[in-house]
Design a protein around this ligand. Structure first.
Ligand SMILES: Cc1cc2nc3c(=O)[nH]c(=O)nc-3n(C[C@H](O)[C@H](O)[C@H](O)COP(=O)(O)OP(=O)(O)OC[C@H]3O[C@@H](n4cnc5c(N)ncnc54)[C@H](O)[C@@H]3O)c2cc1C
Length: 380
């Protein structure tokens, strides 16, 4: 028996409805391009993420839609970051950032994409068919069955370690040697943790670091980066507990029973983030260890730059047009990524962090300068 083939044509098919994919779909549909947004997950859902919105993410969300703005979603404004190592802690001022659960943010962005006119399919995994050079189309298989959609442009927004374009040998983002992996859990601490809303705690240890922030719904978001060897040896909860103990953070009991999730290697880079009629955006194009919490800002910026090039790419795809798009992505993101990589390198040395802490604690001016360097300017 042969199945029924449902083939549908779009200008743009976006795979992955995290911030990069959803924001690209919102902008693409807003420009009048027929757009399909697909994600294998059902929303709302939690995700391994520190859930801190950098001021640039707050600004991009506000520009995207009033409905998806941090204010409308009830994000908690962040005022300070507490940094610690070896039991020493100091506070840095933070301005313009906010804490917001991925549970709420990602679902809201998907709603806005739908309102903007994009078709949205969730709970559906996508697979790209091998390219037929010169056909002018990309074919994407949905849900493992016979359903195939076609597009003039495919946006791979399938996140860290995304395999969509790698599986057909077109775009790969190999991880750096010694890269750490991400771990995370979101839980209700019953008020046990000394973590006021508006403060993010970042503790650094020899085998990783851990971040804690209170979300808009009162739950605690815990996100960590750990050496894969530590994770393999003792498991997620124990690896994070060891880092917390080393820097003097007391984790609540709820943390042990929380449902933990992990990520592939965090630091990776795609040399060439595009293939014929296919662009990789957000984490799918590369990522740097997340100590400064900027991935969502980069994902939203990546979508903004993509939208600026979309009409040209759709009307006359050429490798040169794609190269221009890639250069614009680099111009938007490279400075922030380099700064973030420097900070990530620094926090690989808890002794350096412990030495910096008393200096920062003594002077508000130095604290502001360190915060400014570590977190970057609002528009870098
Ligand atoms: C430990 C840790 C802490 C972090 N802390 C912060 C922070 O505080 N602030 C911040 O801004 N950033 C932070 N980040 C980074 C941030 O989470 C990412 O940069 C951001 O989620 C990237 O968005 P994205 O849309 O590119 O990818 P994602 O958000 O990962 O979305 C990718 C989507 O693609 C879907 N998908 C994948 N494959 C398929 C497929 N084949 N078919 C259909 N769907 C598919 C997935 O289900 C997923 O929903 C942190 C990351 C980690 C690991």
């Amino acid at each position: 028996m042969t199945g029924t083939k449902a083939t549908t044509d779009f200008d743009v098919v976006v795979v992955g409805a995290g911030p990069a994919g959803a924001a690209t779909a919102i902008r693409s549909a807003g420009l009048g391009h027929s757009t399909l947004l697909v994600d294998r997950a059902q929303f709302p859902r939690d995700k391994v993420c520190g859930s801190c919105l950098h001021p640039r993410a707050v600004a991009d969300l506000r520009e995207l839609s009033v409905q998806a703005s941090a204010e409308a979603l009830g994000a908690v404004p962040l005022e300070r970051a507490r940094i610690g190592a070896s039991g020493r802690w100091a506070e840095l001022p933070v301005a313009g950032a906010a804490a917001l659960s991925r549970w709420r943010l990602d679902a809201a962005l998907i709603d806005v994409a739908q309102l903007a006119g994009a078709q949205v399919r969730t709970g559906v995994a996508a697979r790209v068919e091998p390219n037929e050079p010169g056909s002018g189309r990309r074919r994407v298989r949905l849900g493992g069955g016979d359903e195939v959609v076609e597009a003039s442009l495919l946006i791979a927004a399938d996140g860290l370690g995304g395999a969509l374009l790698a599986r057909v040998g077109e775009v790969t983002a190999p991880s750096d040697d010694g890269a750490r992996v991400g771990l995370g859990a979101t839980f209700d601490d019953g008020g046990e943790l000394d973590l006021p809303a508006g403060r993010v705690d970042l503790g650094v240890g020899r085998s990783g670091y851990v971040g804690l922030v209170r979300l808009e719904d009162g739950r605690v978001d815990l996100a960590a980066a750990a050496d894969p060897s530590a994770l393999r040896a003792v498991g997620a909860a124990a690896a994070v507990a060891a880092v917390a103990r080393e820097c003097g953070l007391v984790l609540p009991a709820a943390c042990v029973d929380a449902s933990w999730a992990g990520t592939p290697s965090l630091t990776r880079h795609a040399e060439r983030p595009f293939a014929e009629r296919a662009l990789a955006v957000g984490d799918a194009a590369g990522y740097v260890e997340p100590f400064t919490g900027e991935g969502i800002a980069w994902a939203l910026a990546s979508a903004r730059v993509t939208a600026e090039h979309l009409t040209r790419l759709l009307e006359g795809w050429s490798p040169e047009a794609a190269q221009d798009w890639a250069r614009a992505q680099g111009a938007e993101l490279d400075t922030a990524r380099r700064r973030c990589a420097l900070v990530a390198g620094f926090v690989r040395h808890p002794a350096w962090v412990a030495a910096l802490v008393p200096v920062v604690a003594r002077s508000r001016v130095i604290a502001s300068l360190v915060a400014r360097f570590g977190y970057g300017r609002a528009h870098e």
